[in-house]
Write a protein that binds this ligand. Structure first.
Ligand SMILES: CC(C)(COP(=O)(O)OP(=O)(O)OC[C@H]1O[C@@H](n2cnc3c(N)ncnc32)[C@H](O)[C@@H]1OP(=O)(O)O)[C@@H](O)C(=O)NCCC(=O)NCCS
Length: 189
């Protein structure tokens, strides 16, 4: 199985290359993209994130894939799976996440990429559960979670420990999808 490349009808999820770094830095410096993330990143911080992503792939065999639109755009952001490492009631877990450059929002790319990642996570990597979390107000990201048929319970809401007490987006929501639910949804289609 080649987990390094995942293809969908419009997208290729692939390993990162040095050519991706400038476009990734530009999106990480874009206040619209980073509205619900702690802060915009500079070039060095953005590059360090790619180093971290590469190390995560080496450690776990999966991670946040670079996403390209086949024949249209060589790099539009990332979608993938990661193992978060902060304390919370739902740890340990595997998280699905996404970040796309602003000009590629509103085309269904995040949901298309994440649908393929879910398939890999449940059917090939055989995870029993995949979660996703975001600050409460990040409705765009929550809509992706809901399109993936992940479910939210208020009992899972949590305060993100990496953000200072009182920070307006410290309150987070958690969405979950179990393998049993995923398989049940697949049978309904
Ligand atoms: C979260 C994020 C990835 C969502 O991107 P998105 O493009 O809104 O999400 P989707 O891929 O699901 O696209 C859905 C939209 O595409 C539209 N669309 C257009 N063509 C479509 C197609 N062929 N198929 C599906 N949807 C399509 C849908 O109608 C929907 O539009 P709407 O938002 O006006 O309702 C993006 O906003 C982002 O990168 N945000 C910043 C980073 C971030 O917050 N990440 C999460 C941190 S936890």
């Amino acid at each position: 199985m080649n987990q390094n490349v995942i293809e969908t009808s419009r997208l290729r999820l692939r390993a990162w290359t040095p050519d991706d770094l400038p476009a990734f830095a530009a999106m990480n410096a874009d206040a619209r993209v980073m509205e619900y993330l702690p802060r915009v990143l500079n070039q060095a911080e953005s590059d360090a994130m790619v180093t971290y992503i590469r190390e995560h792939f080496n450690r776990h065999g999966f991670g946040l894939w670079a996403v390209e639109v086949i024949g249209v755009a060589p790099f539009i952001g990332f979608t993938g799976l990661s193992v978060p490492n902060f304390p919370a009631h739902f740890m340990p877990c595997v998280e699905i996440g996404w970040r796309l450059s602003y000009e590629h929002w509103g085309k269904g790319y995040a949901t298309e990429a994440a649908t393929a990642v879910m398939e890999l996570g449940f059917n090939k990597l055989r995870f029993n559960q995949i979660v996703s979390f975001t600050t409460k107000n990040n409705l765009r990201s929550r809509r992706v979670m809901e399109r993936l048929r992940m479910t939210h319970s208020a009992a899972d809401d949590f305060e993100h420990p990496s953000l200072p007490a009182g920070h307006w987006f410290r309150p987070h929501v958690l969405y979950r999808l179990s393998r049993a639910e995923y398989e049940k949804n697949a049978r309904r289609i």
